[in-house]
Design a protein around this ligand. Structure first.
Ligand code: C5P
Length: 400
């Protein structure tokens, strides 16, 4: 995916630097050439020798390294890459970037470069939320610097919150999206996929037969057109595609939270088969047979309708919202009604009645319902449906 791409990787001084070897391995595995730059702080966490060995390239560590300067000036170094990546980007490095300070090799390269820059911030949650960092974030975003992460979670310092560096796979996905050439380059598309699982007790759940195959194929097709894809998936039976940001969830409510966290997006496609109901009286402990034949009485509560919520959100609504409709009869009529009820732009409707073999199968026959009416596509492989749909999405975003 990254064959022939040259990445200048600036490694800042944070504990997240220990994830950088995995990042380098993954980038090289995809065919990219990595030129590493280690700040003085970064060298406290990873050694120049190990980074050079993994990158297969000498590490640049000091602005006044005269040998390097004679071979290749820092200006040239900063411009010889297709992309500059800063991982981890510390609060200090971000402040220097925002302020235009150039007092070491890393900050000088960042000031001298005219190459696109992607940063993967990592810091303590209070530093991330500090007014100064917020100002710097806004400045960097306005300067066209792209961000991946940080994620929320437990931190090395024992606190919990936003500030963990994005996982190497997510950073690779963001890099691939920035370097991809295609009509959706620079666009962010959200895709939900798979079934949801709604617990009955800690070991049992209610689910459905969705394999996640169509949503997965669609995410891959959107990625192939250059989009940055956030893929929110329930427990599917097919693996998620590479080169997309994967957010795994189990329940409908988790899926809603993940979707809201992944917005804003240029387009959102809801291919997941979300459970309509969850068990309202799910047990905290495994339910036991009492030996007298008593049966559990499950009560249900309605799950949030993620598609309807996103379709009907005012500010921040994606420019294009696409829903799916799996129907077993009167497909077009039901799908047209569904489009109106949910408020989405398109409905991709398919007939999943038992004889069709579509649910869990490799083929699909869909009808696209939009404001102009219905467009029936012939039966074809799910990958082909995905490619056509991705192209139609690119067209609707004015990117086709
Ligand atoms: O109402 P129905 O489940 O048939 O609608 C299907 C469409 O709505 C799909 O796009 C599905 O992903 C989405 N949906 C949702 N949240 C729900 C139920 C359905 O996003 N709770």
């Amino acid at each position: 995916m990254l064959a022939g791409k040259r990445i200048l990787l600036i490694i800042g001084g944070g504990i997240a630097a220990i994830k950088v070897p995995e990042l380098i391995r993954s980038l090289r595995g995809q065919g990219a050439a990595v030129t590493p730059i280690l700040t003085a702080g970064g060298a406290q966490f990873v050694t120049p020798l190990s980074i050079a060995a993994l990158a297969g390239h000498p590490v640049h560590t000091d602005l006044f390294d005269l040998t390097t300067e004679a071979e290749m000036g820092h200006i040239q170094l900063s411009r010889s890459a297709d992309l500059v990546v800063v991982a981890p980007a510390t609060a200090d490095l971000m402040a220097k970037m925002a302020g235009g300070i150039a007092n070491d090799l890393a900050s000088t390269l960042l000031l001298a470069t005219d190459t696109p820059v992607l940063i993967a911030p990592a810091m303590n949650v209070r530093m991330w939320e500090h007014a100064a960092t917020r100002r710097n974030r806004a400045t960097l975003a306005a300067d066209g610097i792209r961000f991946v992460g940080p994620n929320a979670g437990e931190m090395a310092c024992g606190e919990f919150g936003e500030g963990r560096m994005a996982e190497p796979a997510e950073i690779v996905a963001a890099i691939a999206a920035m370097l991809a050439d295609g009509p959706l380059k620079g666009r962010h598309v959200l895709v939900t996929s798979g079934p949801t699982q709604e617990p009955i007790d800690p070991v049992r759940y209610i689910a459905n037969r969705s394999s996640g195959a169509q949503g997965t194929a669609l995410a891959a097709a959107l990625r192939d057109l250059g989009a940055r894809v956030s893929f929110v998936t329930g427990p599917a039976s097919v693996p998620p595609p590479e080169g997309v940001t994967v957010i795994r969830v189990e329940t409908a409510r988790e899926m809603l939270a993940a979707v809201e966290a992944a917005l804003p997006a240029d387009a959102a496609v809801f291919a997941a088969a979300v459970a309509d109901w969850r068990v309202a009286n799910a047990a905290g402990q495994k339910m036991k047979k009492d030996g007298k034949g008593s049966l559990p009485a499950l009560e249900f509560a309605e799950n949030p309708d993620i598609l309807a919520r996103v379709s009907q959100m005012g500010a921040g609504r994606p420019g294009l919202v696409v829903g799916f409709a799996a129907e077993t009869h009167e497909v077009e009529r039901h799908a047209t009604e569904k489009r109106a009820r949910k408020g989405c732009d398109w409905i991709v409707a398919n007939d999943v009645s038992p004889g069709t073999g579509i649910m869990g199968g490799s083929e699909n026959a869909v009808t696209i319902i939009d404001a102009a009416g219905a467009e029936a596509w012939p039966r074809m492989g799910k990958a082909e449906v995905a490619r056509r749909l991705a192209a139609r999405i690119a067209g609707a975003l004015g990117a086709g």
